[in-house]
Design a protein around this ligand. Structure first.
Ligand SMILES: *[C@@H]1O[C@H](CO)[C@@H](O)[C@H](O)[C@H]1NC(C)=O
Ligand SMILES: *[C@@H]1O[C@H](CO)[C@@H](O)[C@H](O)[C@H]1NC(C)=O
Ligand SMILES: *[C@@H]1O[C@H](CO)[C@@H](O)[C@H](O)[C@H]1NC(C)=O
Ligand SMILES: *[C@@H]1O[C@H](CO)[C@@H](O)[C@H](O)[C@H]1NC(C)=O
Ligand SMILES: *[C@@H]1O[C@H](CO)[C@@H](O)[C@H](O)[C@H]1NC(C)=O
Ligand SMILES: *[C@@H]1O[C@H](CO)[C@@H](O)[C@H](O)[C@H]1NC(C)=O
Ligand SMILES: *[C@@H]1O[C@H](CO)[C@@H](O)[C@H](O)[C@H]1NC(C)=O
Length: 782
C-alpha cells in the first residue's frame, strides 16, 4: 500500500511495483518452485464477535490454519514454517510463504474465499478546521463543543506509526483511559517509546514487510511503533490531536494546531516501514493484522491513508479489514489516492468505506518574485532561506545555462547535473515543474551555485501551487505566470530579480479547489457506487511531524520541524475521520453507514466565491472529483435524515457481485438467502449512480428520520441535462424519530438521441431546516 502524501514527483505506478517484485523473485529461485508470500482469506470466525474469547480459542483457530494448510503441504510442521500470520480475532485467514502450484490448489478449497499476493501498497494546522466551519474568526462554534470535541471516542490509524513526544499527543487534562480499551503499548526495540492517557495504544506489524521487498530495509526502523517517516504522526494528529497553540512552520502558518476530535483518545497501528525505492512500504499481510488487532482493541474510528491499485474487494486487505470493522460498528475512513487528474483512478472503492478526495483551503504561503522592471509574480513557498534584502540577482531559464551534454528538456526540469555550474553560479534559475521532486530541483540548483529557483507549472498543473520546504530561496508559480516570466526573461538583456520571504495569506479565493493529484471517479470495480464519497482539505495541511529527519528527508537536511506542511489525499482522509469521531461521541448508537450518510448529505458544492467548486480556473468540478461535495461538519452533526445500511444490505451487495450463498456463509454466522432480483443501483447509498443508462430506470431509497418529529420533507430535484427525474412520493412525513420511509426515483431521457456522456444532477429533501442532498450521476451510453 502507498502512503498518500504528495511528495514531489515521487509517483510510482503499481505496474512497476509488480514487475519489480516478480523480477526479484524470478531471479532468486527456480521458476517451478517460486515462493512468494500470500494472504489466504477465509471470511469470519464462526463465533459471536461480541463475546470475549480466550487465548485458548485463538490457539485453536491457529491450529485449524496449520491443519488446513498442512493438508496441502503434506504436514502440519511444514504449514507452521510457512505461516507467518494467523488472523484469529475477527478476520479469519493467514499469511504464508507458498508457491504457485500450492496457491492454485488452496484456492479451490471450499473454505477459502480468496488467495492473493502480499503486495506492497503506498502511503497516499491548522487553518482547516476554521475553513470547514468548526471555528469562525478563531471562535469555536457551538456544534463542536456540543460534540464534546470527540471526547471518549477512540480513533486509530493504520500508517507509519507515531512520534509519541509530540505535544499533539500530550495527556495533560485527560482523565483515565476509557474502560472499553483493550489494547497495549508495544514499544518493541525502542525503550523510549511510551503511551499515555491521550495516546492510549500503539502496535507494529512488520512480518509481511520483511518477507517482501522490505527485507532490504533498515530493520530497526520497523521494530517499534515510532514514526520515522512523519506521515503517521501527521494523519493521526489531524484526526485526533490536541489543541496546541503557537504552531508554525519556519515562522509561517502561525496558529493553533488541532485534530477534528481534539479530545478523542488515539492509537497508532504501524503497518508501513521505510519506503523502498521502486516499491511501496505497507504490505497487505501487515495491514490485515493491524485491522484484526484494532478491531479487537476496541477502537471506534479507523483512518487509513494508503492504498494501491483498485482490484476485487476480497483480494484487497483494506476492503477486507474494513468489512470486518464495520460489522462491529467501527467507522473506516480511507484516502482516494493521488493518481489524478486522470479519470477512473480512485482506489478504496468498497461501499463500506468512506473514501476521501483532497481539495485546497483558503490559505496560501505566498512569496513574491520581483523583477527589475517592478513587475512581480506571486507564488508559494515554505523556504526558510531568504535572499539578502532588496538585492537583485540575475535571473535565467535553466535551459539557457544547460550543461553541454544534456537535452533542453532535462535542463528545463533542473535535473541533477543538467546545468553548467559556470553559467548558473550566482543566478536565480527558472525550472519547469515535473518528473523529479520540486525540492530536489532546488537542491540541484544549489549544487551548481545558483542562489534561488522559480518553479513554473506546466499547462497540466495549471494553478495548483504546493508549498514546499525548499532549501534555497524559491517559489512555485502558475502556468500562466510561468509563461509570462519566461517570455520576459527570454526577451530582456540581463534581467534581474529578487525573491521575498514567504508570508501567510488567509481568505484566498476561490477555495476549495480540487487538488490536481486527487484521484478521480468513476468507480472502475462497481460503477453503481459513486467514488470518491467526499472531499476535505488535503493541500498544504499543517500537523504534527516526526523529528527523526528533516522536512526534505535527506541526509543534508538537518532542520527539524515538530509541525510540518504536507499535501495529499492522505491529509484529507483524517479530516473526515476527525469528524466521524465527533459524530460517534454525539450519536454513539449510529451505524458507520449512518455516520457516512450524515457526512455526505450535508456537504457544500460551492466555493467561497459562491461558484461551483472547480478543478482549476477553466474547469468546473463534478461528483467524480468531489463525490457528494466538501465536508461541512456543523451540518453533519444534525443531518435530519439518514440513508442507513445494515449487515444484510452488505451481504446482498456481495450477492450482486456474484458470490454464492455458500461463500457468503463464510462472512457471517448464519445462513443468508440472496434476495432476487437484486440490483446494485438499489443499495441504500447516500448518492445515486446509474452507469450504462439507456432508457427509463427506477431506483429505490429509504431514509430514516433522525431530526425532529413530526417532520415533513419535500423533494427538490436538479435534473441532469437532457434527463427528467421523478420522485415518488414527493413528500415524506415522519411522525416519530427513527421512522423510515421509502421512495422511488425514476430517471427518463427527455431527448434520448441528444444525450451522452456523464450527466450530473441532485436530489435534496428539505424540511425548512435540513437539506439532505444526494448527487445523481448518470452515465449515458449514447
Ligand atoms: C536505522 O534506523 C534506526 C532507527 O530509526 C536509526 O537510528 C539508524 O541510524 C538507522 N540505520 C541506518 C544504517 O540507516
Ligand atoms: C509566528 O510565530 C512565531 C513564533 O511563535 C513568531 O516569531 C512570529 O512573529 C509569528 N508571526 C506572525 C505573523 O504572527
Ligand atoms: C519601481 O518602483 C520603485 C518604487 O515604487 C521606483 O522608485 C522605481 O523607479 C520603479 N522602477 C521602475 C523601473 O519602474
Ligand atoms: C530585511 O528587512 C526587514 C525590514 O526592512 C528586516 O526586518 C529584516 O531583518 C531584514 N533582513 C535581512 C536579512 O537583512
Ligand atoms: C554532464 O556532464 C557533467 C560534467 O562532465 C556531469 O557532471 C553530469 O553528470 C553530466 N550530466 C548528464 C545528465 O549526463
Ligand atoms: C524562450 O525562447 C526560446 C528560444 O530561445 C523559445 O524556444 C521559447 O519558446 C521562449 N519561451 C517563451 C515563453 O517565450
Ligand atoms: C416503488 O416502485 C416499486 C416498483 O415499481 C413499487 O412496488 C413500490 O411500491 C414503489 N414505492 C414507492 C414508495 O412508491
Amino acid at each position: 500500500m502507498e502512503l498518500l502524501p504528495k511528495r514531489g514527483s515521487m509517483r510510482i505506478s503499481s505496474l512497476f511495483i509488480c514487475s519489480l517484485y516478480l523480477l526479484l523473485s524470478t531471479l532468486l529461485s527456480p521458476a517451478y518452485a517460486k515462493k512468494q508470500t500470500y494472504v489466504v482469506y477465509l471470511g469470519s470466525h464462526a463465533r459471536d464477535p461480541e463475546i470475549e474469547v480466550s487465548t485458548l480459542e485463538y490457539n485453536t483457530v491457529r491450529d485449524s490454519h496449520y491443519n488446513l494448510l498442512g493438508s496441502f503441504l503434506g504436514s502440519k510442521e511444514k504449514a507452521q514454517d510457512a505461516i507467518f500470520y494467523s488472523y484469529t480475532r475477527h478476520i479469519n485467514g493467514f499469511a504464508a510463504t507458498l508457491d504457485e502450484a500450492e496457491v492454485a490448489e488452496i484456492s479451490k478449497h471450499q473454505d477459502v474465499i480468496s488467495v492473493f499476493l502480499n503486495e506492497p501498497r503506498k502511503l497516499h494546522t491548522t487553518r482547516s478546521w476554521e475553513f470547514v466551519g468548526l471555528e469562525r474568526d478563531g471562535q469555536i462554534q457551538p456544534s463542536w463543543s456540543n460534540a464534546r470535541f470527540g471526547e471518549d471516542t477512540i480513533i486509530a490509524n493504520l500508517d507509519s506509526g507515531v512520534w509519541p513526544e509530540s505535544r499533539s499527543f500530550s495527556d495533560e487534562e485527560f482523565g483515565p483511559i476509557p474502560a472499553k480499551w483493550k489494547g497495549i503499548c508495544q514499544n518493541g526495540e525502542d525503550p523510549t517509546f511510551h503511551c499515555n492517557r491521550k495516546l492510549i495504544g500503539a502496535r507494529f506489524f512488520n512480518k509481511g514487510y520483511f518477507t517482501g521487498v522490505g527485507s532490504q530495509a533498515n530493520v530497526s526502523a520497523f521494530n517499534s511503533p515510532r514514526d520515522d517517516d512523519g506521515h503517521g504522526t501527521h494523519t493521526l494528529s489531524t484526526a485526533g490531536g490536541n489543541f496546541v497553540s503557537g504552531v508554525n512552520v519556519f515562522g509561517v502558518g502561525n496558529g493553533t494546531a488541532k485534530g477534528g476530535s481534539p479530545k478523542a483518545r488515539v492509537a497508532a497501528y504501524k503497518v508501513c516501514g521505510p519506503e523502498i525505492p521502486g516499491a511501496g512500504s505497507c504490505y497487505d499481510a501487515d495491514i490485515l493484522a493491524g485491522f484484526d488487532m484494532a478491531i479487537q482493541d476496541g477502537v471506534d474510528v479507523i483512518s487509513i491513508s494508503l492504498g494501491g491499485t483498485a482490484g476485487p474487494y476480497f483480494q484487497d486487505s483494506i476492503a477486507i479489514g474494513s468489512f470486518h470493522a464495520i460489522k462491529l460498528g467501527i467507522v473506516v475512513v480511507s484516502s482516494a489516492g493521488n493518481n489524478g487528474p486522470k479519470e477512473a483512478t480512485v482506489s478504496n472503492l468498497a461501499p463500506w468505506l468512506i473514501t476521501v478526495a483532497a481539495s485546497s483551503m483558503d490559505r496560501q504561503f505566498t512569496t513574491n518574485l520581483i523583477l527589475d522592471n517592478n513587475m512581480s509574480f506571486t507564488g508559494v513557498s515554505l523556504s526558510d532561506k531568504c535572499l539578502p534584502n532588496n538585492t537583485f540577482f540575475p535571473i535565467v531559464t535553466a535551459k539557457s545555462v544547460k550543461a553541454a551534454n544534456v537535452t533542453d528538456e532535462d535542463a528545463e526540469l533542473c535535473k541533477t547535473g543538467a546545468m553548467d555550474p559556470i553559467k548558473a553560479k550566482g543566478k536565480i534559475l527558472v525550472c519547469m515543474r515535473g518528473e523529479i521532486g520540486r525540492v530536489e530541483k532546488g537542491l540541484n540548483a544549489a549544487l551548481v551555485g545558483a542562489v534561488g529557483i522559480v518553479i513554473a507549472n506546466t499547462e497540466a498543473n495549471g494553478d495548483e501551487l504546493l508549498s514546499d520546504p525548499h532549501i534555497v530561496p524559491a517559489l512555485q508559480i502558475s502556468y500562466v505566470d510561468g509563461q509570462a516570466l519566461i517570455a520576459y526573461v527570454n526577451s530582456t538583456i540581463s534581467p534581474t530579480a529578487y525573491i521575498t520571504p514567504p508570508t501567510t495569506l488567509l481568505g484566498t479565493k476561490p477555495a476549495p479547489v480540487m487538488a490536481e493529484f486527487s484521484s478521480r471517479g468513476p468507480n472502475k470495480i462497481t460503477p453503481e457506487i459513486l467514488k470518491p464519497d467526499i472531499t476535505a482539505p488535503g493541500v498544504n495541511v499543517i500537523a504534527a511531524y516526526t523529528e527523526a529527519h528533516g522536512p526534505v528527508d535527506k541526509g543534508f537536511d538537518t532542520r527539524r520541524t515538530p509541525y510540518f506542511v504536507q499535501s495529499g489525499t492522505s491529509m484529507a482522509c483524517p479530516h473526515v475521520a476527525g469528524v466521524a469521531g465527533l459524530l460517534k461521541t454525539l450519536h454513539p448508537g449510529w451505524s458507520p453507514a449512518a455516520i457516512k450518510s450524515a457526512i455526505m448529505t450535508t456537504t457544500r458544492t460551492r466555493d467561497n466565491a459562491v461558484e461551483r467548486i472547480t478543478n482549476g480556473p477553466n474547469e468546473k468540478a463534478t461528483p467524480f472529483n468531489y463525490g457528494a461535495g466538501h465536508i461541512r461538519p456543523n451540518r453533519a452533526m444534525d443531518p435530519g435524515l439518514i440513508y442507513d445500511l445494515t449487515d444484510e444490505d452488505y451481504l446482498s451487495f456481495l450477492c450482486a457481485l456474484d458470490y454464492n450463498e455458500k461463500q457468503i456463509m463464510l462472512f457471517t454466522n448464519s445462513p443468508f438467502i440472496c434476495p432476487k432480483p437484486i440490483s446494485l443501483v438499489n443499495l441504500n447509498y447516500p448518492s445515486i449512480t446509474i452507469p450504462f443508462f439507456n432508457g427509463p430506470i427506477t431506483v429505490t431509497r429509504t431514509v430514516k428520520n433522525v431530526g425532529s418529529s413530526p417532520a415533513t420533507y419535500i423533494a427538490r430535484v436538479i435534473n441532469p441535462p437532457g434527463l427528467f427525474i421523478d420522485v415518488q412520493p414527493k413528500t415524506l412525513t415522519f411522525a416519530t424519530i427513527g421512522e423510515q420511509k421509502s421512495f422511488n426515483v425514476t430517471i427518463t431521457a427527455t431527448k434520448l438521441s441528444a444525450i451522452g456522456g456523464n450527466l450530473f444532477g441532485s436530489l435534496t429533501w428539505l424540511d425548512g431546516k435540513h437539506y439532505v442532498r444526494s448527487p445523481i450521476v448518470v452515465q449515458a451510453s449514447h
